[in-house]
Ligand binder design. Structure first.
Ligand code: DC
Length: 657
């Protein structure tokens, strides 16, 4: 699946558990390094289990544009690359590398030392991702590289420089380890002894290890002293190993292993294991440290949750060595038994997006309290997760990580899910194959105005510990938004324009309109009238549909209002139509108003209720009516608690609650 095949958003159902086996797609880091090494080698290389994704396509296209001969189809995961012995046939090319850091960085180093003229560019975000430390290290060797827009950032124009090695090559290691990786991969092209010195603390070391490992597979040994000096003898050139297998993606494994811990498990990933050369397999150690149960095979890892009823333990971890998989821990923190600290992750800021800021935003949406530091996050899990609309920032890992929040029994809408095509095109299918959808019981309560359905629905929700949806409040918020913008309330297009632009959220019984608490204001009479008006517009009802359905989360939901049982939750286990005589309802409203110190005449209230009943039952859109399968409950003469108990009795007889 490529990016274009994905919808605008994906609605993920609430999940109740995870168990099963996932065969991982190939590792992006290994795939792109292997493609480049095979292209630079003498001889042909059969590559198996390559990752088919946006980033590997960008690398492959670039190599083909540089004249490298390739047979086979990336979609099959198997390619034969005919190496060019360190000299690309094409001496000039214009290469578009999307948002693939693992392509643009090593190609910059290799092309800068190759003699030729090349242009390297990418998507807008790529042009915001730093490459200056690499460019400067190459310039010190005599390379001719111009940053054509902003110094230190792509796009780059590379010319034929005068390369000479007179001193150790110095490179900074504290922004991205890919700079060192890129230089290491390119150095054998110089065919002379060369030493590289890392300045600053080298981050993400395990990724450099992958580089050294793969270089060795292609015949080049690097002598390493600590993590500061790397020496090449100048004797070795890249030679094809003949055939090579790409390991499964260890960062991708993190989502499934975490699912095993959060959702009970066991979940097994195949394609990485004890023999893996990827540092991200150490994510499994982090899972173990929070109470997960992890077992290792040569080519698989399996994870299960802590014992029944226990949550993962709160953690405080330095995650510099596993920056990508660390994102998965940020989401795991939602399920922990206390606040969790993720330290030493400043590199998140220069990845596909500013991942520190992005992660903080999205975790807050599902209910966490998040403190975002310069190089750390502190995540305090909420008592109960909330549903939400998740933005993904053109970042595959944001989408994959946040999807795990559905294991908290909440549905989520993921915007631009196609971003996963960068490294894991069928991620959502594989997640659904190893997870179970939650059976969320819904009780729908409808009835005429002033029938007491709000009070009763809340009492039922409290008694069962269920969530509560006051759907009327959502219509009221829409009405208020339309009033504030001064649009004509009968003008469907105008009201829709307002509705689509505003954000309505419910947090702990407070209603937020564009972030402002309007819980009190929506009870005004003018807002009631506006709500009635906008509630007759079919497109408004459709717009609020997802909102309402997003409340369907574990352990269950009591949803109150029009349409709840017939349209919004037709699958509800119990549908109640709560009614009372008009006189009784007028008396209740009268009593309420008197208690609030307001004056009202019983006769006029009765008239108001009769008018509203007739308006509600004759309106063409969503008229008030009982659904055929609802149970009618006449509450005249009953206290709210008596009504609650009647409903609880019905519910218990239909389920085992
Ligand atoms: O229940 P309430 O008074 O807060 O509802 C406000 C308005 O929204 C009311 O006119 C009915 C309408 N509404 C609706 O059409 N569908 C719902 N599910 C809930 C309320």
């Amino acid at each position: 699946m490529s990016r274009g095949d994905f919808p605008e958003f994906l609605d993920l159902p609430p999940l109740s558990g995870a168990r099963g086996t996932v065969r991982l797609p190939g590792s992006k880091s290994i795939s792109n390094r292997t493609l480049l090494l095979a292209a630079l080698s003498e001889g042909s290389t059969d590559i198996h289990d390559l990752l088919d994704s946006d980033d590997t396509r960008r690398m492959l296209e670039a190599l083909v544009a540089l004249g490298v001969k390739v047979e086979g189809d990336l979609a099959s995961g198997r390619l034969t690359v005919h190496g060019c012995g360190g000299k690309f046939p094409q001496r000039s090319a214009d290469l578009f590398l999307g948002n693939a850091g693992t392509a643009i960085r090593p190609l910059t180093a290799v092309l800068a030392l190759s003699g030729g003229s090349f242009v390297l560019s990418g998507v807008a975000r790529m042009h915001e991702r730093p490459i200056g430390d690499l460019v400067n290290a190459l310039r010190a060797l005599g390379a001719d590289i111009a940053c054509t827009a902003n110094e230190g950032y792509p796009p780059l124009r590379i010319g034929a420089g005068r390369i000479s090695v007179t001193a150790p090559v110095r490179v900074r290691g504290d922004v991205s380890s890919q700079f060192l990786t890129s230089l290491l991969l390119a150095m054998p092209l110089l065919a002379q002894p060369v030493e590289m010195v890392v300045e600053g603390e080298l981050i993400s070391r395990p990724y450099v290890d992958i580089t050294l490992n793969l270089m060795a597979r292609f015949g080049v040994d690097v002598e390493r002293t600590d993590w500061t000096r790397f020496r090449l003898s100048g004797q070795n050139r890249y030679r094809s190993p003949g055939s090579i297998h790409v390991e499964g993606d260890a960062s991708g494994a993190s989502y499934f292993l975490a699912a095993g811990v959060i959702g009970g498990g066991p979940v097994r990933v195949e394609g990485v294991g004890r023999a893996s050369i990827q540092g991200d397999v150490r994510f499994a150690d982090a899972l173990e440290s929070v109470g997960g149960v992890v077992t290792w095979g040569k080519n698989w890892i399996e994870a299960s949750g802590p014992s029944e009823g226990q949550r993962p333990r709160a953690f405080d971890l330095d995650l510099n060595h596993i920056p990508d998989a660390a994102m998965t821990l940020a989401v795991l923190a939602l399920f922990a038994d206390g606040p969790c600290t993720l330290r030493n992750i400043a590199s998140w800021r220069v990845k596909e997006t500013d991942r520190l800021a992005a992660m903080a935003n999205e975790l807050r949406k599902v209910g966490a309290t998040v403190e975002e530091g310069a190089d750390q996050l502190v995540v305090t899990p909420p008592g109960r997760l909330r549903s939400g609309v998740i933005e993904t920032y053109d970042d595959h890992r944001m989408a994959m990580c946040l999807a795990l929040a559905t294991l908290g029994g909440v549905p989520l809408r993921i915007l631009d899910p196609g971003c996963v095509a960068k490294t894991f095109p069928d991620f959502f299918q594989r997640l659904s194959a190893v997870t179970q959808q939650a059976e969320v019981p819904v009780i729908a309560i409808d009835g005429p105005a002033a029938s007491g359905k709000g009070t009763v629905a809340r009492l039922v929700a409290d008694a069962l510990g269920f969530r509560y949806l006051d759907s009327g409040a959502l219509y009221r918020a829409m009405g208020l938004a339309a009033l504030r913008k001064g649009v004509n309330l009968d003008d469907e297009a105008a009201v829709m324009g307002v509705g689509e632009a505003c954000s309505i959220a419910m947090e702990d019984h407070r209603l937020l309109l564009d972030g402002e608490d309007v819980t009190g204001e929506i009870r005004d009479e003018r807002v009631s009238r506006a709500a009635s008006a906008v509630a007759t517009l079919p497109r408004v009802r459709a717009l609020l549909m997802w909102h309402q359905r997003s409340f369907r989360a574990l352990p269950g939901l009591v949803a109150e209002g029009r349409d709840m049982g017939r349209v919004v939750f037709p699958e509800a286990v119990l549908k109640v139509y709560l009614t009372a005589s008009a006189e009784e309802r007028a008396r209740r409203r009268h009593k309420q108003l008197i208690e609030k110190g307001m004056h009202a005449s019983l006769a006029s209230l009765l008239q108001e209720i009769a008018d509203r009943d007739s308006r509600d039952s004759t309106r063409p859109v969503a008229p008030m009516m009982q659904s055929g399968d609802s149970l009618v409950l006449d509450s005249s003469g009953l206290s709210p608690e008596e009504v609650r108990d009647r409903i609880l009795g019905w519910f218990r007889s239909r389920t085992c609650h």
